[in-house]
Design a protein around this ligand. Structure first.
Ligand SMILES: Nc1ncnc2c1ncn2[C@@H]1O[C@H](COP(=O)(O)OP(=O)(O)OP(=O)(O)O)[C@@H](O)[C@H]1O
Length: 337
């Protein structure tokens, strides 16, 4: 069950491609945003930016402080220190243009999807004309007359998102929108969120499901224990991909690849050569191996998953930034600020 927070106001025109560049205006900015409960710091000096028209993933394990941060952006929780700006105004004061779906009760099981939206629209001061539009956006028009309790989890989630869209918001904030969904449900939510971004809306979502989020988001912030570990585009976070080569003889292949790329980018896993290599280096690797008389029977590029990157970022020996004096969270790649 979810609480949908509607919005008032006019959605801006779709963002042209130029607004999705690294220099696009920030829709959300946090500056050393901090929340403490008693002696516990659950959000720790978080500074990040979300740009207009992007799907931004706020990632981290359970208890990382994601929901608390989203609640601060919505003005539902007061920061202990630091600040957050949403759509150019202090967090919590732009409710007219922010639609949100956060944990909590809110949709009636015995009412139909359409009637649930009618109730919420009336409560939020939105005319009934908008209901058909949001049902269409989330592909629930055909089932709108059925009781909410008969919906699949994916449909319930989409109805919650429809409720968040009632007031045509510029920014949509979703807490764990894919949680508990099966692959088909995740795929539907993914399609829906990409549609919202294509319309020029900005989407901020939280998740601990890294593998799914990497297919949805343009950029992500990875947090653990309330601290920002990295803020980056998904593409850049993965960095160099992995080139897997089936080669014979393997020893010669290791030597040749080591000379070409450097030994630190070469390893052998399950009898195959694993190389840290960009797609553009594949042809050169193949040429060098064949020239050296190595038989190449397989050669494939594998991207690192966000999960692998996340585990690497959080593994012991790589302490969170705040534990290292003077060290700052990593901003990766071209789009880094
Ligand atoms: N009102 C509160 N009072 C005290 N502690 C709280 C309160 N709200 C959250 N916390 C604590 O803050 C920490 C961060 O919680 P939060 O819900 O923000 O994490 P999360 O990253 O969203 O985790 P999850 O994925 O499990 O929802 C948790 O340890 C939680 O117990």
């Amino acid at each position: 069950m979810q609480t949908a927070t509607g919005t008032v106001g006019q959605r801006p025109a779709p963002a042209p491609p130029s607004l999705r560049t690294p220099d696009a205006e920030p829709v959300v900015t946090t500056d050393r945003l901090t929340k403490r409960y008693g002696q516990r710091t659950v959000v720790d000096a978080l500074s990040l930016q979300v740009r207009r028209g992007e799907v931004f993933g706020f990632l981290g394990p359970n208890g990382a402080g994601k929901t608390t941060t989203l609640r601060m952006l919505l003005g539902l929780v007061r920061p202990t220190s630091g600040s957050a700006t949403v759509l150019g105004r202090p967090a919590g004061t732009s409710v007219a243009q922010v639609g949100a779906l956060v944990e909590g009760p809110g949709l009636y099981p015995y009412l139909s999807g359409r009637d649930n939206l009618r109730v919420l629209a009336r409560y939020a001061g939105v005319g009934p004309g908008r209901i058909a539009a949001v049902l269409d956006t989330v592909d629930l028009t055909d089932r709108a007359g059925d009781r909410f309790s008969t919906y699949s989890l994916g449909m319930k989630q989409r109805l919650g998102i429809a409720a968040a869209l009632l007031k045509d918001p510029a920014l949509v904030v979703l807490d764990e929108p894919t949680n508990g969904l099966d692959p088909a449900g995740i795929s539907e939510v993914r399609t829906l969120l990409r549609r919202l971004a294509a319309e020029g809306r900005t989407v901020v979502l939280s998740s601990h499901l890294l593998g799914e989020v990497e297919q949805i988001c343009d950029r992500v912030a990875v947090v653990a224990s309330g601290r920002l570990l990295v803020e980056s585009s998904v593409e850049e976070l993965r960095g160099l991909g992995r080139l897997v080569v089936d080669a014979d003889p393997l020893e010669t292949a290791v030597a040749v690849a080591g000379r070409l790329l450097g030994a630190d980018r070469v390893s052998v896993v399950d009898g195959a050569l694993h190389l840290q290599a960009a797609p553009g280096e594949t042809a050169a690797v193949n040429r060098a191996l064949v020239t050296a008389g190595v038989g190449v029977t397989g050669l494939r590029q594998e991207a690192r998953t966000l999960e692998e990157v996340f585990l690497q970022l959080t593994e012991p020996g790589d302490p969170p930034p705040a534990e290292t004096p003077g060290r700052r969270p990593r901003r990766v790649g071209r789009s880094a600020r």
